[in-house]
Design a protein around this ligand. Structure first.
Ligand code: SPD
Length: 277
């Protein structure tokens, strides 16, 4: 057994007792797989927890379902990042979806997930899924006006992922969306990463007409309070009654109709951060 710590800031972190299952250095990052008594198996990239067997459903359900419900008829979906496959699995719960493109820069993440996280990666080889091992930023340039929903399942905005949190990138996302297109991105913790959170909101608002922020409780992410930012030019993303009757069919464990109905209820201090962003 070892003790692993993810440093959330210079002064605070998440420490778990664990057995090391796999540690490799890919072309892009260090990939670590741990078995922990509390959170089950954990996937860690460059020292940052990406997903755990115990709480992955919270993040993946909350990232995927609101945008897919708000879109009138989502057929083509792009997931950028998300090589573990959890977001793809949730997207495929929507029967209107005909095609899911997964653009992941690091093929090793996919291979490790398929070997060590079968319940998360189980839909990666579904016939509706096409995997592209490419840089998301370059990938978008070649696909204009194509997707109904684009989901940013990125790692934190450091290193290769930094560009995915900038205005220029969000413009590319917008150009790749069809009419009624919706984008949703994971946008960090308002508690411990206020700068990143606030910057993502600011940059996304420069590009899209309608922007909303919602939260979920993800125990293994910094502070546990995690944010998602959803945006569209043509869809009123504040209408959380749209398709609410479909929520029960999704077979989810965290996302449910009452969470959907009050998706944009935010604590006062988070509203204040957004107001001054
Ligand atoms: N601090 C970790 C944020 C990671 C967000 N992406 C996770 C990818 C899981 N599919």
């Amino acid at each position: 057994m070892i003790w692993f710590t993810e440093y959330w800031t210079e002064n605070v972190g998440l420490t778990v007792k664990a057995d090391q299952v796999k540690r490799i250095r890919s072309k892009y990052q260090e990939i670590l797989v741990l078995d922990t008594p509390q959170f089950g198996r954990m996937l860690i990239l460059d020292g940052l927890v990406q997903t755990t067997e115990k709480d992955e459903f919270i993040y993946h359900e909350m990232l995927a379902h609101p945008a897919l419900l708000m879109h009138p008829d989502p057929e083509r979906v792009l997931v950028i990042g998300g090589g573990d496959g959890g977001t793809v699995r949730e997207v495929l719960k929507h029967s209107s979806v005909k095609e899911v493109h997964l653009c992941e820069i690091d093929e090793e993440v996919i291979l490790v997930s398929e070997k060590y996280f079968p319940t998360i990666s189980e839909k990666l080889r579904d016939p509706k899924v096409k995997i592209f091992i490419e840089d998301g930023n370059e990938f978008l340039q070649e696909r204009q006006n194509y997707y109904d929903v684009i989901i940013m399942d990125s790692s934190d905005p450091v290193g290769a992922s930094e560009v995915l949190f900038q205005e220029e990138f969000y413009r590319k996302v917008k150009n790749s969306l069809r009419h009624n297109g919706i984008m949703v991105a994971q946008t960090e913790s308002p508690v411990l990463q206020e700068e990143y959170f606030s910057k993502a909101y600011r940059e996304i608002r420069k590009v899209f007409r309608n922007v909303g922020v919602y939260l979920a409780y993800v125990p293994t992410y910094p502070s546990g309070m995690w944010s998602f930012t959803i945006a569209s030019d043509f869809v009123d993303i504040t209408d959380t009654k749209r398709n609410i009757e479909k929520v029960k069919e999704l077979k989810t464990k965290y996302f449910c109709d009452s969470i959907y109905a009050c998706l944009f209820s935010l604590p006062g201090f988070v509203q204040d951060i957004l107001k001054k962003s």
